[in-house]
Design a protein around this ligand. Structure first.
Ligand code: ATP
Length: 247
């Protein structure tokens, strides 16, 4: 579905992504894990058309996305949930969802858009309760649900999520990852970028490890979860094994 070949992204003289290649097949949930500054967000900005200074190939369903504008990329079926949510704070929850459906409104499909809002509120009942609350006054977890809901309004075939667990309490992280798993079961292909490597790999089919702009490791999520280098660098200590009950 998505094939990235030898992607290089730069900001002036800084090469943030240095020849990255990977693929996402239809129906897969793929994680890209990496530390701060490894180039994860840059990669997603290039895929969504928000960064144009890249070389290489980004092929989605057979078409190279080079030169395509962000709205055209959304129309093709890719939608990104950006890092930090970036919801429209002064607008209500329902207005934020409507903004996610602008392509439908432009085509006069108001009824379909209203049905989609209803479907998203069934998926996230808290958003129905808060429908007329200003988005900026929602909790972090609620804002993340709204950002996912807004992205779903464009009926994406590939959803790209940038650090959805950032700044959330463990219970909320569990909930958001549960939602991501459900979306995948419903047929949305997912590319997930996360620093929370353990939580991401636990729900993924495959993963890639990004270090200073290069993919240094790839494999099934199961393989990466038991890989010694991944464990040491990204998974931290497994306190389940560490604590043996002795004082
Ligand atoms: P984080 O997890 O902290 O968000 P990341 O893996 O998403 O990190 P990027 O944000 O893609 O990493 O940054 C990759 C590199 O590119 C970093 O060295 C960063 O300083 C640099 N960079 C990112 N954005 C810009 C910019 N607008 N101008 C210059 N350099 C940038």
């Amino acid at each position: 579905m998505l094939r990235i070949k030898n992607l290089k992204c730069s900001y002036g003289s800084i090469m943030a992504v240095q020849g990255v290649s990977f693929s996402v097949k239809q129906g897969e949930l793929i994680s890209i894990i990496g530390a701060n500054g490894s180039g994860k967000s840059t990669l997603l900005l290039a895929i969504s058309g928000l960064l144009t200074t890249w070389e290489g190939e980004i092929i989605f369903e057979g078409k190279n996305l080079k030169g395509m504008s962000p709205p055209d990329i959304v129309k093709k079926g890719i939608c990104m949930v950006p890092e930090g949510r970036q919801i429209f704070s002064p607008l209500s929850v329902v207005d934020n969802l409507m903004m996610g459906a602008y392509t439908m409104y432009r085509k006069g499909k108001k009824k379909e858009a209203a049905q989609d809002i209803d479907m998203i509120m069934d998926m996230f009942p808290i958003l129905r309760e808060r429908a007329h609350q200003l988005a900026g006054t929602l909790s972090g977890g609620e804002q993340q649900m709204l950002a996912v809901g807004r992205a779903l309004m464009s009926r994406p075939r590939l959803m790209v999520l940038d650090e959805p667990s950032m700044g959330l309490a463990p219970k909320m992280v569990e909930m958001i990852f549960g939602i991501i798993q459900k979306l995948r079961k419903d047929g949305v292909t997912i590319l997930l970028v996360e620093q929370n490597a353990r939580a991401a790999l636990k729900i993924s089919d495959r993963g890639y490890v990004l270090e200073t702009g290069k993919i240094v490791l790839q494999g099934s999520a199961g393989e990466l979860l038991v890989d010694d280098d991944v464990k040491r660098a990204y998974l931290g200590r497994d306190y389940g094994d560490f604590y043996d009950g002795r004082r």
